[in-house]
Design a protein around this ligand. Sequence first.
Ligand code: HEM
Ligand code: NAG
Ligand code: NAG
Ligand code: NAG
Length: 317
Amino acid sequence: MAFVAALCLSSVLVFSISSGADALSLNYYEKTCPDVDSIVTNAVNNAMMKDKTVPAALLRMHFHDCFIRGCDASVLLNSKGNNKAEKDGPPNISLHAFYVIDNAKKEVEASCPGVVSCADILALAARDAVVFSGGPTWDVPKGRKDGRKSRASETTQLPSPTFNITQLQQSFSQRGLSLDDLVALSGGHTLGFSHCSSFQSRIRNFNATHDIDPSMHPSFASSLRSICPKSNRAKNAGTTMDPSSTTFDNTYFKSILQKTGLFSSDQSLLSTPKTKDLVTKFASSKANFNKAFVSSMIKMSSITGGQEVRKDCRVVN
Ligand code: HEM
Ligand SMILES: *[C@@H]1O[C@H](CO)[C@@H](O)[C@H](O)[C@H]1NC(C)=O
Ligand SMILES: *[C@@H]1O[C@H](CO)[C@@H](O)[C@H](O)[C@H]1NC(C)=O
Ligand SMILES: *[C@@H]1O[C@H](CO)[C@@H](O)[C@H](O)[C@H]1NC(C)=O
């Protein structure tokens, strides 16, 4: 009896994975655009060679895309008329390098017009960004469609750097992502740059009893205070996400253990036993981190939501 039940359960599972309306597949463009992966990789690598900030930008862009309306390239759409698009919403401070996706799309259109979605190009580009930075590689499942809506107001759905572990877990679980995914994907903060506005509440006037967030190492806090002026005048001031911010490695997790995580959301990964164990595991093994990151990236980038294959990544058809 138990055997039959287990059998039924597993066949139901297989069925629901393989027959989903927008199930992704590795060979999705095998007949229609067989070279799509290498075309995107070339375009993206050309840009990354000229500008070291490109990999972080592409990884963040893909995360941002997937967390709002699924990975449907809504983050790439321009504002139009009185519709303010996601990229013009408040958390856009770190979004840049959209031209890289435009260039990749142009190359892809030249080979296989009207076939490959912008959402797939962005997912491929995010993978290339990780590889280019010395991280792991993986095959990207494809077949996403592009969405027709992008709303600046919906960027409030992104997790905030002030979130605690409960809020982070909720934000991820709403998208079918687990605590394991949360910790692994937070490792994306091994790349890139943050503006002072994203962590300033931790380094001055933290709360009524503590000027500095006590979960932050005091000397790290004073170095951040010297980088970030009291007034908000230096809008571009900020610091790297971790000390090796152009290399994809596990330094991010080591920093958290040393209380030098940049955001509350980073440091809060120590606040439950389960997430703390994962941080410790990833800090001590780059291989374990890489493996977990790949599996969680594939999960995050499989949240779909679009309807069409856009001709121009910045405007709906
Ligand atoms: C866990 C919840 C997350 C929060 C609260 C969060 C928040 C932030 C914030 C506030 C910034 C800096 C923005 C700025 O001041 O310029 C940032 C940057 C970044 N985030 Fe996250 N993030 C999260 C998850 C992720 C995930 C899942 C990824 C990718 C796997 C990611 C990749 C990045 C990258 C690469 C940057 C640097 C961007 C650049 O230098 O251009 N983040 N994030
Ligand atoms: C971010 O939003 C501001 C204000 O809406 C806008 O002026 C700016 O161009 C946007 N930045 C990017 C990179 O799109
Ligand atoms: C997290 O923040 C929420 C909202 O501010 C609060 O209700 C909750 O108690 C906090 N949880 C923890 C574990 O600090
Ligand atoms: C300030 O934050 C610390 C650490 O989170 C906490 O222990 C303390 O109770 C807070 N003080 C107030 C007045 O909220």
